[in-house]
Ligand binder design. Sequence first.
Ligand SMILES: *Cc1c(COP(=O)(O)O)cnc(C)c1O
Length: 353
Amino acid sequence: MSRFWSPIVEKLVPYTPGEQPGQRTVIKLNTNENPYGPSPLALQAIQAATGEGLRLYPDPVASELRDAIAGSFSLDVDHIHAGNGSDEVLAQAFNAFFTGKDAVVFPDITYSFYRTYCELYSIQAEKIPLDSAFRCDPKNYRGPCGGVVIANPNAPTGIAMPLEGIVQILQQNPDVVVIVDEAYVDFGAESAASLVPDFENLLVVQTFSKSRSLAGLRVGFAIGQPHLIEALQRVKDSFNSYPLGRLSLAGAVAAWMDREWFDRTRHLVMADREKTVTALEEQGFDVLPSSANFLFASHEKVSAEKLLRDLRARGILVRHFARERIGNHLRISIGTSEECAALLAATASIIRE
Ligand SMILES: *Cc1c(COP(=O)(O)O)cnc(C)c1O
């Protein structure tokens, strides 16, 4: 606290990122990174982009990247906006579309950045409780509001909403923007991108951080009709015209084009996810049905806090949220097959004690 802070900064409760330990020996299952690494073609492209060219500013409108993404969705480039990670794209969208008059609605248990952006931009927020099985019922997203934000699959539950649910929410809220945050969609959920031509109020947000294993590059994007995309570009150009550097642009384009690496690695993650669910359930865990690259689980006998502590003592990091309703759950990212096996051996031994 300082007398120079604005009242907004004074009240901010910033998002708490997962730990990034310096030492390399830990098994890191706490921030939903993808264990298989970026496409080798992306790494080559990034290397090729280092050099004298860095003297020059990058393309402010990221044309090549937006073109590549648009092509995959059979859309024109004016339907795509790119940013420095999808967190930035989400922040720009809150700034562009949520006026602060009516409350923006999102589930009580979801990505906590939504609440933080509301605070940052002085937007009213209203949390709509998930049901007792942590499912999101589209029926509850009806009636006047300032906007809707749905993570699909949701985080940290991993539960996906079928596309009909998203359609229902869009239809029930024709006068406000509905943001669908698809950070984990490539691990088994259905993207709402196909709905963009039909819904002028839909903004789909995706990232290169999870399924393309480029969390360190910071690239995210939004898909929406041109009138929404133009608003995001206006916000971008009122803050930072060059959010994506030359290395990010080069790497992201190459990663996007390398469909083969993308498909192979995400299917490895999904296969290990299913095996890990079965094994955890055999150990007495209750595991929510996940369509993401992480599991959300609680144990019938051992508390999440003890598991967190004892796993850490064994060099395995997982994520715990000390929040209402989910204080006894752990969020466990899917690592390599070996890392999943190490996790299961560790949980088995902790439970046996
Ligand atoms: C990881 C994540 C993001 C942000 O990803 P970026 O790295 O900023 O692209 C956005 N939404 C959810 C739900 C996430 O889990």
